[in-house]
Design a protein. Structure first.
Lengths: 386, 386
DNA sequence: GGGACTTACTTTTGGTGCGAAACAATTGCT
DNA sequence: AGCAATTGTTTCGCACCAAAAGTAAGTCCC
């Protein structure tokens, strides 16, 4: 099966750019592709021919509008055979493995989760292997596996350090590949989500793109020129050093007003519990804030101002074309989006280009999908480069 | 002369990359060039031949060390004939025009300033024309003119808005070209300095590079992938919206703790004057602070902390490989560099890559040189792209 | 001082990728 | 039917480049 997956792999740079453009955008005619890639019509004929022969692309019937009132020879759009291959994506959390099956175009076609009762690397790999076997029954043409882990990952293969799994230098890709025979890509979960959004999501085709995730922790991803910028500190207690408000609330870690203590879900719940003595879920707190319950409203308002400050700083220094807010903790935007926007406006130059701020509430399956996209990416790009 | 300047202009992309590499780095052998550009030795022969024939490059004698104890055939480094052309750079301030003559490699070979008694566009262009004529007497082979202006510049030609000259939509490039017959490039002064540093200075060859200037105002330049990122608000009262310290000192503009009010030379002088009633120059204030005079020491210390905060934020979000601090107001670093470093460290993750922070005190001739470099760049790059 | 070795550069050759232009296909309009 | 418009195909040639083989110019060492 691995050999089969590799059959359409050796692509030239031109072929690859065509494949990626169709993959990411959807059906496109040759002329349209020529326009987008800045190539001549002749080159497109040359480039698409082997792709069609190899089965990665197909000519599809003229799309939705059948009798399109246009002159000239009708175009024959090309599309990837999205169902020809399936990919697996896993997100490993402390107590659960979330799994999804996606098409080549990263549409989720199945979900499957399993509790994680052990953190022993071999046993975790066993669980992943079993889940793969189960999913392979319904989706026979699996081409690759992507795994997202919170923590520091090296070479897309080895979990260098994961605080919550208590792992150090675990060659997870190798372990899972032994059990499944499929190519495996392991990546930090935030990094995987960022890459996925860069390819198939909000960051498609952008030159400067930022992803900010809010959940149990904070995550930051910077994409410049289509490539994610790696950095040493990612997901190793990130955001604790972003001082947003020197007068902010004190939190268990003893620092005042850092981004983690003001924005993450555990910190917000902690603040409410410390003030009211009662434990609420994040959703309950948001609902209370929306209903103008003073204490939750104040905490949420402060979080919104902190978020606005962060966004403004990012805009001022990075000037991204778009910022994506993702994660489980962006429900904040529904309740206090206006405060965020006001804070951003207040800390930016009036002539500055307005922020393109996109909010995307994500659950754990979205994180798993991100890992699957990374597997797609590595396979289509021929694993040569990032 | 313009036609002469254009004689070595039509370069292929390969030739251009060779020319630029030699231009910005200095003498390089063909083998070394092949290594740097990722080309084969054969290609270098092919590419350098026309460049040598056209006179842009020359083979130079084995450099400094004459009898280098190396085996094998000695290399024959190639160098640009730096003196074959001269370039002019002007920096226009409210009351003075600063002018420099530079070689192809942007070494300043002459300086010439003139007071500016009027802000009328035509008369300013006259002054520039006269200065050009004077300088052309001693430096006959002028190939281009670069002009740096504080304010908003469009298309490298038109001063869209300059607050201190009170200009709107002045086609300065055209006006000066009419009077001199030379190709003219007009650019925002900060932008020109940033481009110059990217080419010939601290940012050479870097992928992510930030320039922060401190002087009468603040300037910010972001270079990604070798290209400067333009933004709408540059040099239109920049930095007033960067809130660095919500508890910072109140300043004339009524906002607290923004970067302009804590860092720029006029603001620091204002703070001292407001507190002590005496007016001091910036240098005097730094000297007083170094001598531990309490009030100046406190103001400078606060400025250093503000600068540290800015640098940390830039590092956290942009992750540049280097930050260059330039301008007349970076003398701060000599007196309070330690505070800056401590503040940066305090607001960054301990695992984060350390900042490469370079300080470069610049006077107005450096700004003029920046404009000249832009002229070089546009001419060598064939004015096609940025 | 002369062969062995090393490194720098040149020439030749062949391949690749692309654009330009001519050509074929398919439709709408008159 | 004839023409214009549009898409896609084929052919040809150019520009570029890498690989390999050849040439140049020195050092090393006996």
């Amino acid at each position: 099966m691995t050999a089969g997956a590799a059959s359409w792999l050796p692509l030239s740079t031109g072929e690859r750019s065509v494949a990626i453009e169709v993959l990411v955008h959807g059906p496109l005619s040759r002329t349209e592709l020529a326009r987008r890639l800045g190539l001549s019509a002749g080159s497109l004929t040359r480039l698409t021919k082997p792709l069609i022969e190899s089965g990665l692309l197909v000519e599809v019937a003229e799309a939705g509008v059948p009798a399109e009132a246009r002159q000239g020879r009708p175009s024959t759009p090309l599309d990837v055979v999205a169902d020809s291959r399936s990919f697996l994506g896993f997100k490993i959390t402390e107590d659960t493995v979330y799994g999804v099956v996606t098409t080549l175009r990263s549409h989720i076609v199945a979900r499957h989760d399993r509790p994680l009762t052990t953190h022993d690397p071999a046993e975790v790999a066993d669980v992943l292997g079993e889940m793969t076997a189960e999913l392979a029954r319904d989706h026979p043409r699996l081409a690759g596996i992507g795994i997202g882990v919170g923590g520091f990952v090296q070479d897309r293969a080895v979990v260098g350090e994961s605080p919550f799994l208590l792992w150090r230098d675990v060659p997870l890709a190798e372990l899972v590949q032994e059990r499944t025979g499929l190519p495996v890509v392991v990546e930090n979960d935030v990094a995987a989500l960022v890459e996925a959004e860069t390819w198939f999501g909000a960051g498609r085709g952008l030159d400067r793109f930022v992803v900010l995730t809010i959940g149990a922790g904070l995550g930051y991803g910077l994409v410049l020129g289509g490539k994610r910028v790696p950095f040493a500190e990612e997901d190793r207690g990130f955001g604790r050093h972003w001082i947003v408000d020197p007068n902010g609330p004190l939190t268990p870690d003893g620092r005042r007003g850092n981004a983690v203590s003001m924005l993450t879900i555990p910190s917000i719940r902690y603040q409410i519990q410390a003030a009211t003595g009662r434990d609420h879920t994040y959703e309950e707190i948001l609902a209370l804030a929306a209903a103008k319950d003073p204490m939750p409203a104040r905490v949420v308002e402060e979080a919104a101002r902190a978020l606005g400050t962060l966004v403004a700083q990012i805009c001022n220094f990075v000037m991204p074309q778009k910022i994506l807010l993702a994660g489980e903790g962006v429900g904040l935007m529904d309740v206090a989006g206006k405060t965020v926007e006001e804070t951003v406006r207040d800390q930016r130059h009036p002539l500055a280009a307005p922020v393109d701020l996109e909010t995307k509430v994500s659950d754990f399956h979205d994180w798993a999908r991100g890992a699957a996209v990374l597997a797609i990416k590595v396979l289509v790009l021929g694993s040569a480069e990032a």
